[in-house]
Design a protein around this ligand. Structure first.
Ligand code: CMP
Length: 483
């Protein structure tokens, strides 16, 4: 921005300087004109025509002044007025046409004034050779120019739109449209110039910037996997990915029943279409994690040749490792080795991608989670923006509030990196509470502390929702039917 305004200031000073120089030259010219005429007459003799020679520099100087004047007016109209009235810069082509017409008009006026005896119109119309030369030399240029005009009249695309154009399918964001060509910045950050006349002949695919543009991403699953489950799991995993529009829910549908796979497509809409490469990749990543967590399997020709399928719903880590991890969780420290092993068998491992939401505030919840690897953020949404209340790492647990009190989830929990969690359900906890009454008490402390944290940071939190740990303990006991 600063660079742009300093280059504008530079251009302004160059303009002032050039105008002063030309004005001075004109002044000097008129001052010395009689002397120059005399010198010329003395040198060449009193022949007709010496006067028209003298007038050449006069014409040149006035033309330069006219050029500078046209530049100034064009900047005033298109840079300033256009931006103030319409909020964006005028298209380069419109500016160029204006400058060309204004300059030609001024030049003809100046010429007529200085060479009043020459009929400019007759000179042009009678000069057939001149016409042919100009016509041939400018054939391509004029073609581009008129194609540019028709493209502008149609307004099929604008600066900032993503287009696919030409036989080579050049894809990128339009940077400018001039009288000669469309300038595209490709996703490899290269510049491609497509001449207007070529663009006018080709089919052009446009994804307008202000439009909700959609993409399709494909994947395949085994025939043994339930389509209804696949649709639900994939749609939920994709809908909150970055740059996937919240305005339209993604569609997951079967596009073909292939030889070795159910072939799926995900149709999703983007907030910023220019970033579709990254978003496609993120969507594929989300699908991978979601399928893996839900026990669904990607199909590939190689997989279908296998006669055996791995049970992917099994915990992803060995039981001892899980028991080890659980023993490091402070609230589980009173548990015996056998109890830890039992608990480990009852847990389920899940892997989440960075940025994925594990728990949504307000949802029902009937399980808690221990972070096995990675990190998660506990977030509450305030005035539309997420505020991080805590970051939990390996050995920390979350989701206990809804599990133990039966209330809806109190916060969002989002993976900060690839995170593996161990899910512990209601039945497993009930069993443990029965044999370890002290556990309910230590968990009630944690819950009361976390509730206080949530309430302390939030203006909306009602005092009533904060329970003393004794109150939490009572509701845990009630909920689990403990004495
Ligand atoms: P639950 O309400 O089931 O779902 C959201 C979880 O975020 C919640 O359980 C707690 O486990 C966790 N949580 C809420 N507040 C805090 C906090 N202040 N510190 C750590 N974790 C919290």
């Amino acid at each position: 921005m600063a660079a742009r305004s300093s280059s504008r200031t530079n251009r302004f000073f160059v303009f002032i300087f050039a105008t002063v120089v030309v004005a001075l030259a004109l002044y000097l010219f008129y001052h010395f004109k009689p002397a120059l005429t005399d010198a010329l007459v003395a040198h060449m003799g009193p022949r007709a025509g010496e006067d028209s020679l003298i007038r050449i520099p006069e014409l040149i100087l006035w033309s330069i002044l006219a050029f500078l004047g046209v530049r100034a007016v064009s900047t005033l109209i298109f840079d300033l007025l256009f931006r103030i009235r319409r909020g964006y810069e005028a298209p380069t082509l419109v500016r160029n046409i204006f400058s060309l017409l204004a300059f030609t008009g001024l030049f003809v006026l100046t010429f007529n004034k200085i060479y009043a005896e020459v009929n400019l119109g007759a000179l042009f119309t009678t000069s057939a050779i001149f016409g042919v030369i100009i016509g041939l030399a400018l054939q391509d240029t004029l073609g581009n120019f008129f194609s540019g005009i028709s493209l502008h009249a149609d307004r099929p695309f604008q600066v900032g739109d993503v287009i696919v154009v030409g036989a080579q399918k050049h894809t990128g964001v339009i940077e400018s449209i001039t009288w000669r060509a469309i300038k595209i910045r490709t996703f490899q950050n290269h510049i491609v110039l497509v001449s207007n006349s070529n663009a006018a002949k080709e089919a052009i695919e446009v994804a307008p910037r202000e439009n909700l543009n959609a993409r399709l991403v494909f994947f395949g699953t085994l025939y043994t996997d339930s389509p209804a489950k696949t649709i639900h799991v994939v749609r939920e995993s994709v809908r909150d990915a970055d740059n996937v529009s919240e305005k339209i829910t993604p569609i997951v549908r079967i596009r073909n029943l292939g030889d070795s796979a159910i072939e799926w497509e995900i149709k999703y809409w983007l907030d910023d279409y220019a970033k579709y490469n990254d978003t496609d990749a993120l969507v594929r990543q989300r699908v991978w994690y979601a399928l893996r967590r839900s026990g669904l399997t990607f199909a590939s020709p190689m997989l279908t040749l296998h006669t055996e399928r791995k049970a992917v719903t099994r915990p992803t880590t060995a039981e001892e490792q899980i028991a080890d991890r659980l023993s490091a969780v402070d609230v589980f420290s009173p548990l015996s080795t056998d109890e830890l092993k039992q608990l480990a068998t009852a847990t389920m491992g899940h892997v989440f991608a960075p940025g994925e939401t594990l728990i949504r505030a307000g949802d029902e919840g009937s399980s808690m989670f221990v972070v096995h690897n990675g990190r998660v953020a506990v977030q509450v949404v305030e005035r539309g923006k997420p505020r991080t209340v805590a970051v939990l790492t390996e050995g920390n647990f979350f989701g206990e509030m809804a599990l133990f009190t039966g209330e809806p989830r109190t916060a969002n929990v989002v993976a900060l990196e690839e995170t593996e969690v161990l899910e512990i359900g209601h039945a497993a906890m009930k069993h443990i509470f029965e044999t370890n009454p002290s556990l309910a008490e230590s968990i009630s402390w944690t819950i009361a502390e976390r509730q206080a944290d949530l309430a302390a940071g939030s203006l909306q939190a009602s005092q009533n929702s904060i329970q003393e740990s004794a109150g939490v303990l009572a509701s845990i006991k009630r909920f689990f039917g403990l004495r």
